[in-house]
Design a binder for this molecule. Structure first.
Ligand code: 9D3
Length: 247
């Protein structure tokens, strides 16, 4: 996968992507990250890429011309139908399903904004454009969002995680929150590890873990359950979880 990231602060982004899983994936050529700075496409001698918003208001807006030129440069080095993701608070919500579909692509162009926003005509003039948000909270810029998105996509590309069980485990509790984890000691400040986990009965352990995952998802993220059909077994486990709560 080749990521092309348009950013006014390539060094900020690079510093977070050159380490850990993503750093390793780059060294192994599983992914490649190219940084493109719209400032290099400024049409004036001062390299200015922003201006005051029409209609007034606070902040500055990234100008259409240098940004679109930078996008066209990126597109010239990518496949014809390559999506162009604009990271923006106005975007559709990013999720694991989107990460999985992007992980299959040959290349992906990411545009991370700053300031109050970008000239809307850039989005209108860009083919295969889509706006993506990470959630309902305010970041100072799109770089952190781009870095989070690259991370979540990269770890889904075969080989990026090494031969870990993590990816396998994920599918067991797909679309569910994780079950609670414990390690030694068995008794800590008067709280003991759930008995079933020290029973050695792996059928019962798996049943308990799935029950906890279902129960916690029901309580904390009911939105995730609404997108997911529960099997008969899972329905029984969730009912048991709720019963155990009230008893
Ligand atoms: C007061 C208007 N703000 C819009 C909510 C302005 C504004 C805030 C933050 C404009 C840009 C930004 C920078 N954020 C991103 O570029 C961004 C973002 C985010 O802030 N939250 C979640 N996902 C994303 S993706 C890109």
């Amino acid at each position: 996968m080749k990521f092309k990231v348009l950013t006014l602060f390539p060094e900020n982004l690079k510093s977070s992507l050159d380490y850990g899983v993503i750093g390793r994936a780059q060294k192994q050529n599983i992914i490649d990250i190219e940084y493109i700075n719209p400032r290099d496409y400024s049409d004036n001698n001062y390299g200015s890429i922003d201006d005051k918003p029409y209609g007034g208001g606070p902040g500055m807006v990234i100008k259409a011309d240098p940004l679109l030129k930078a996008i066209e440069f990126a597109k010239g080095r990518a496949s014809e139908t390559c999506p162009v993701v604009f990271l923006s608070p106005q975007g559709l919500l990013f999720n694991q399903k989107k990460a999985e579909s992007y992980a299959k692509l040959k290349d992906l162009i990411l545009v991370s904004g700053r300031y109050e926003g970008i000239d809307e005509r850039v989005i209108e003039l860009t083919e295969n454009a889509l706006e993506i948000s990470l959630g309902s909270f305010v970041l100072s810029g799109g770089e952190i969002a781009a870095s989070a998105m690259i991370d979540s996509i990269t770890r889904l590309i075969p080989g990026a995680l090494g031969h870990e069980m993590s990816a396998l485990q994920d599918s067991f509790t797909e679309d569910l929150l994780d079950y609670p984890h414990y390690t030694r000691p068995e008794l800590f400040r008067n709280i003991s590890v759930p008995k079933v986990l020290v029973s050695g009965n792996h059928h019962e352990i798996n049943r308990w873990r799935l029950k906890q995952a279902l129960g916690r998802t029901y309580q904390r993220r009911p939105d995730l359950l609404e997108q997911r059909q529960l099997s008969d077994d899972e329905t029984v486990l969730l009912e048991e979880y709720l019963e155990e709560l009230s008893s």
